[in-house]
Design a protein around this ligand. Sequence first.
Ligand code: NAD
Length: 257
Amino acid sequence: MALLEGKKFLITGVLTADSLAFGVAQFAQREGAEIVLSGFGRAMRLTERTARRLDEPVEILELDVTDPEHIERARDQLATKWGTMDGALHAIGFAPEKCLGEDFFAPDWEDVSVAMHVSAYSLRSVADIVTPLMPTGGSIVGLTFDAEMAWPLYNWMGVAKGALESLNRYLARELGPKNIRVNLVAAGPMRTVAAKSIPGGAFNVLDDAWAQRAPLGWDVTDSEGVARSCVALLSDWLPQTTGSVIHVDGGFHAIGV
Ligand code: NAD
């Protein structure tokens, strides 16, 4: 039997075919899942165009995670479509330009609060959407960039990832009794729209570091390993894992120099 046979998921964060969520959507369908995507604002068109490249046609909901009305509406739409479901992928990140780059002290709270809202608090919003539709349990999976360390130029996005990782643990604590698992995949660097927004060649620094240190090697253009790991976490095959951050980084995190 396919890994996700008969399961139903909300997959957020598909923007282009490079999006980490696109790979997850593709493998989820190939493993038998029914999925709904979400997109938002002017990028909705891009999500629609990218979705046509999936094996099976999908419905796309409008979901700006900072808009409480969108959250309510998304829950209602999924309830009408499916009644109950099995989980969600959170693949959402954004920080205003000032939050990333040479000057760590450039952004004020207004800028930082946007990064925190969209990139960290939104995991709670995704949980708010799907939790009431998972009466017998399920799996919520998000994506982080290892926040145990400080990285060049990643700055407040890194701080937001730290909050996301903490929220992952608190949600696991709250939702465990409902048999809902919550986990993050800490992916190595991948060339996506979000990654390209990190200024000053930071991406090349990370790319080089991974090339030198990851024992399994790392290809910044191939997110299949990340996609397969997310699908595994969405499946029933890690039933006792929650509140975890699973490194999918070619082993980079385990190597000192
Ligand atoms: P991406 O640009 O393809 O995806 C980011 C997504 O966030 C987009 O689909 C965008 O529409 C969505 N988004 C932004 N603001 C939103 C809002 N207000 N409401 C709803 N959606 C919103 O880039 P990606 O690299 O695939 O990013 C997906 C996740 O993976 C992010 O959490 C990112 O931090 C994480 N991640 C990326 C890398 C990397 O190197 N690319 C590494 C580790 C973790």
